[in-house]
Design a binder for this molecule. Sequence first.
Ligand code: ZN
Length: 116
Amino acid sequence: MGAKVDATVFILFVLTLYFLPTVIAWSRDHDGMVKIFLLNLFFGWTAIGWIGALFWSISSSSASFEPSPATPVQQEDSGQRIRCPECAELILKMAKVCKHCGHKLDSPSENEDVAA
Ligand SMILES: [Zn+2]
């Protein structure tokens, strides 16, 4: 009885280990999860295929295809925001009027005010 359970556990263990790259890719919601799964499935029995799939799964999703440039937009955006003194909502630093409460703000860059 015990031997049968042990065999099942062993097979499950081997299967889990075999599909470890796929499991990692799936858990990370990897972009190339299907490709990793196929690579894992067909070439996982070769050590190189398995290791390749593993490294692929732990690599960042798009790094292997295109060097994703660090998007400075978000960082800039957070740096460009201040709190409205009236309603304390986050607004753009360049805004002249608060979009939340309509409070007029002193623009720090009046030199660039060419739209007057
Ligand atoms: Zn406001």
